[in-house]
Design a protein around this ligand. Sequence first.
Ligand code: SF4
Length: 188
Amino acid sequence: MVIMIRDDYNIERFEIDLSMDEILDNYINFEKTEKLCRKCRCHSNNWTCPPFDSNQIIVWENYDNIKLILLKFNFTNKARQKQFDESEIMEYAFNLHHGEKTLIEPELKKLEKQLNGYYLTCGPCVNCKTCQRLTNGKCIMPEKRKYAMEALGANVIKLSKDFFHLDLQWIKNNTLPEYIIMMVSVLY
Ligand code: SF4
């Protein structure tokens, strides 16, 4: 169901509640995702990205259930015809994810409270303009920082495919694909 229309895309929303037992063994593997994280510019540069300053990955085991929320951004034909250069498209994708993440976070905070849970988001923490990790400092808001599911070992590709029947699409040749997704969750 389309829940929102923006200039370049519309948004569909999908949601499912699962028991943690259903995902722990087959969908959470920190060693595997950490290897992929190493290719990202945020690895070692943000306190919500590996390697961590404390054992964050045990968080999965502290909860019995998970609410997965997947947003699918379907680009318009006009947006898909736009030719970006490499830095422009990276900036576009970052701004899209960051903007949409900011919009969904109040709901996640509410759910976290209602369910006495803990929410996971997507992408690195942007609470500070520059993460203190880049200046070799300690995190200045550890109670406010939130982790991306994939940073803690979630296989978002497999979760999308198995529970929402969606194959992920990627930006290629500096143009937008048919859609991209964003997955967030609340552990409870
Ligand atoms: S709160 Fe600031 S220092 Fe802590 S992880 Fe987020 S950006 Fe980095």
